[in-house]
Design a binder for this molecule. Structure first.
Ligand code: XMP
Length: 509
């Protein structure tokens, strides 16, 4: 085990992820974890994270000085580095002027005879974000890196295995950051590197069992990757103490509801599928304003879920598939509301439960998918592209009817099918069909038609905040178009959306 001691930094889970990427097990614990407990864990190394405070402020989070006597290697990052200096006889002060306060990408010079930088270039870019500065290096330590503005960028005492860096090796902008962490883990701590996602699964299951005991867990399953993997993990841990409520609002893609149900058949859990298509469609009848649609669906969803929860009575835990990027995003400031995204994650407080559990809170999306595979979820579920909570209702422009939804579902299926046959999925982050509310004149056989125009949309993006339209090869677009007009009634024209985000959004509503 490597212990990541959390001093309140922004990137702490990122540190944990990097350590996992090096195939080493790690746990993030609060800085208040008693030294006796740390000793009992017997970690092979400890990482102090960054944090927003100043070490010389008496109210700031401090390390127990005993921790330096355990004989365990320590790597301090940013605030963590300053903590080491502060505790072992160095001096940290507020950086005055531009001399040592640094922010952003910084050219940094290393001594590669230090184990931390072994085998790496003597000069490379690091990511800095600090307002304090290590004025005096503690006794027994050597200076092993500097930048143009700051003489004291990294320190080490190789005899005791203590290392400190002012920059953030866990952030991608630090070009050799992962390599430095790897050096700490392998060269300094002697890690073996045998940790896998399979091990992660086992530990997560054990932790859920310990926490839940013989309590009851309730989870709202949306059929998306996150809630499905969370459900599978909890199912594996506590079996039929778990109730999954899957509200099928009738706004899913073709066969999706059945696929989700099928994927969970192998676990002995209480799987409740609520077929609420009629209810949702009746509430949506005649409504064409996008935000109204979202609001109706969001509210109705909660109502249906609540009704099911009432039947079950009191539960001990409400489980959610929150993943790490959700945690970061929800901490972000108040950006303008472009669309009121509803997610089955944001559930009401009138469901009777004691505590929320979020077993994926530490994981990034690709790790969640990997965990899903380890749990034996089928590939189509694990690799599912993002799908909005309001489903096809916001891809069926104007008022939503069963007929329109069926047309859209089939066209969307053909699009996805052809993309799969052309093996283009990995180049397309999200792709789908949109049924526009526009009709136009066409000719089919010998007759005039007056039918719907379907739009195809595909974007390529990493963060979904900005996105580029995908350059799908013409022959693939052609096959999709020919098949849809032949196989789907009431579509006689197909257009491809060639706008990026911004100015367009990914969805049409
Ligand atoms: P936009 O259309 O805003 O979409 O560019 C960005 C990403 O968010 C998804 N999306 C939603 N997800 N509830 C959700 O859970 C919603 O109401 C919603 N609206 C958009 C969209 O599919 C894309 O991945």
């Amino acid at each position: 085990t490597v212990l990541v001691l959390d001093f309140g930094g922004q990137y702490n889970q990122l540190i944990a992820r990097r350590v996992r990427e090096c195939s080493v097990y790690c746990e993030v614990r609060p800085y208040t974890t008693p030294v006796a407990e740390i000793k009992a864990m017997a970690p092979i190394g400890i990482i102090f994270t960054g944090g927003p405070n100043s070490v010389y402020d008496p109210a700031s989070p401090q390390a127990d000085p005993e921790i330096f006597k355990l004989g365990i290697p320590i790597l301090g990052i940013c605030y963590g580095c300053q903590l080491i200096a502060h505790n072992l006889g160095g001096r940290v002060t507020a950086a005055t002027a531009d001399s040592a306060r640094e922010y952003g990408k910084t050219e940094t010079y290393f001594r590669t005879d230090c184990k931390l930088f072994k085998g790496l270039p003597a000069e490379s870019v690091t990511w800095m974000s600090h307002g304090d500065y290590m004025e005096k290096v503690p006794e027994g330590f050597e200076l092993v890196a500097h930048s143009d503005a700051c003489p004291n960028v990294a320190i080490c005492d190789e005899r005791r295995g203590f290392y400190g860096v002012q920059f953030h090796p866990e952030v991608n902008h630090t070009v050799y950051g992962t390599a430095m962490l790897r050096n700490f883990l392998y060269e300094v701590c002697g890690a073996k590197g045998q940790w896998t996602m399979g091990d992660y699964k086992d530990v997560a299951i054990r932790q859920i069992r310990e926490k839940v005991g013989d309590g009851k867990v309730l989870l709202a399953l949306s059929g998306g990757v996150d809630s499905s993997v969370a459900a599978a993990l909890i199912a594996e841990a506590v079996g039929n103490q778990l109730t999954c409520v899957f509200v099928d609002h009738g706004l899913m893609r073709l066969n999706e509801g059945d696929e989700v149900e099928e994927a969970f058949r192998k676990w002995d859990i209480n799987f409740v599928r609520v077929n609420a298509e009629k209810l949702f469609l009746s509430k949506l009848a005649g409504v064409s304003e996008p935000e109204r649609k979202r609001k109706i669906i969001g509210e109705e969803f909660i109502r249906v879920f609540e009704a099911e929860a009432k039947k079950i009575g009191q539960v001990d835990y409400l489980a959610q598939g929150t993943i790490y990027p959700d945690v970061i995003e929800s901490g972000a400031g108040d950006a303008a509301v472009i669309k009121s995204h509803h997610n089955v994650g944001g559930l009401p407080d009138y469901v009777d439960f004691k505590e929320i559990i979020e077993p994926l809170r530490m994981l990034f999306k690709d790790e969640v998918r990997q965990l899903g595979r380890e749990l034996g979820l089928p590939e189509y579920l694990v690799m599912r592209q993002p799908f909005p909570g309001p489903g096809l209702a916001i891809r069926c422009l104007g008022d939503v009817t069963k007929e329109k939804l069926d047309i859209l579902r089939l066209a969307d299926f053909i699009f996805r099918d052809e993309v799969a046959k052309a093996h283009l999925e990995s180049a397309m982050s999200q792709y789908f069909a949109v049924l526009t509310n526009m009709r136009s004149v066409g000719v089919q056989g010998d007759g005039r038609t007056y039918d719907y125009t379907l739009a195809l949309r595909s974007v390529t993006t990493t963060d979904f905040m900005t996105a580029d339209w995908t350059r799908i090869p013409y022959d693939v677009l052609d096959r999709v178009s020919v098949r849809i007009v032949n196989e789907v009634p009431h579509i006689n024209r197909i257009v491809y959306d060639i706008t990026s985000k911004p100015p367009a959004t990914i969805e049409w509503e």
